[in-house]
Design a protein around this ligand. Structure first.
Ligand SMILES: Cc1ncc(COP(=O)(O)O)c(C=O)c1O
Length: 331
């Protein structure tokens, strides 16, 4: 096994907390929340765990500039912009969609962090992302910079380490609280969090199943993405892992109308959790995933006497960017 370089950026370990008020109200299995929304403030959420490895690799390669990509409200781009500023990188963001009006939420933070934003119409972005990233890298090289490209969501063989290591933390949490956890639920947007957790828990010999609640693409796409990232990770770092022995569980029934579009039921769940637990979920990732979890509990999929872990992957700035949708949904 080869050990990757790592930077110390996130506030770890994050707490594991039971949602006792919700349990008193709904009954059923007990839900514990792994508070990865508390990994930092500006750079909060799941991406900082992956970026500890991706940005360390960039430093090792003596990069001066980071290029990454995502939606206009990408949590990953916001975390990269802020951490890049802290570490002295020039950050270029290739964003999907056209800028209009005053920047809010994540995009506002991208701009405050001094990231250079390049936005493209959705169709062009979807068709040409690879070429756009390469072109920006060439431009930066011609200006004397050394660019390092981090892919969507930092979900690649380097970023996978973030949640392989988070699985170590979870196994310690299970011991600390004497939990026998059979199910770990997480929002899946580019697959890297699910990939790392699945491999990490398996390497610990844990029987806990990781369930990725898809927020955009379907089950087939994510199973393939997780497998591909893990195969690349295994090859690069010479890991001993039988990928065929892994259960890659994806539930794509809660995507709703589309990426970043939540149904009124998801907003109701966000309100329920905020008003019973003081815990803030978002409509793009964690709200959808948690809504799916509650729906599955309601359908009797999990035994009442079990403990379930929900990994809270952050996203609160994305909620702030949907204030009108919140108002419309809640009336
Ligand atoms: C808040 C939040 N939760 C979950 C995810 C999904 O994580 P992953 O991209 O590793 O699947 C993302 C990003 O896509 C995110 O920003």
């Amino acid at each position: 096994m080869l050990t990757p370089p790592r930077l110390d950026l996130a506030r770890l370990p994050t707490p594991l907390e039971p949602l006792d008020n919700l349990h008193a109200r709904l009954g059923g299995p007990r839900i514990w929340v792994k508070r990865d929304d508390l990994t930092e403030l500006g750079a909060s959420g799941n991406k900082i765990r992956k970026l500890e490895f991706c940005l360390a690799e960039a430093k090792q390669q003596q990069a001066t500039a980071i290029i990454t990509c995502g939606g206009l409200q990408s949590n990953h781009c916001r975390a990269t912009a802020l951490l890049g500023a802290k570490l002295g990188f020039t950050v270029h963001l290739v964003l999907r969609g056209e800028l209009e009006g005053a920047a809010e939420g994540n995009l506002m933070l991208d701009q405050l962090a001094g990231a250079v934003v390049h936005s493209y119409p959705v169709k062009q972005y979807q068709q040409d992302l690879g070429a756009l990233l390469d072109r920006h890298a060439d431009d930066l090289r011609s200006q004397g910079e050394t660019p390092f490209i981090i892919p969507t969501g930092a979900s690649d063989e380097i970023g996978v380490w973030g949640y392989v290591c988070a699985a170590d933390e979870l196994v310690c949490d299970f011991e600390t609280y004497g939990l026998d956890v059979n199910n770990v639920v997480v929002a899946t947007g580019s697959g890297g969090t699910q990939a790392g957790l699945t491999a990490g828990l398996h390497l610990h010999g844990s029987s806990a199943q990781v369930w990725g609640m898809a927020v955009c693409d379907d089950e087939h796409w994510f199973r393939n993405k997780v497998r591909t990232d893990l195969a690349a990770w295994q090859a690069r770092y010479q890991m001993e892992l039988d990928i065929d022995a892994l259960n890659i569980n994806v539930d794509d029934r809660y995507i709703g109308p589309g990426y970043a579009q939540a149904t009124p039921e998801v907003f109701d769940t966000i309100k329920l959790v905020a008003s019973t637990e003081g815990l803030v979920l978002d409509p793009v990732y964690t709200g959808k995933a948690f809504h799916g979890l509650l729906d599955q509990i309601g359908n009797g999929r999990f035994a009442d006497d079990t403990d379930i872990v929900f990994v809270h992957t952050g996203g609160s700035f994305g909620l702030m960017a949907q204030s009108s949708q919140v108002a419309a949904a809640l009336g």
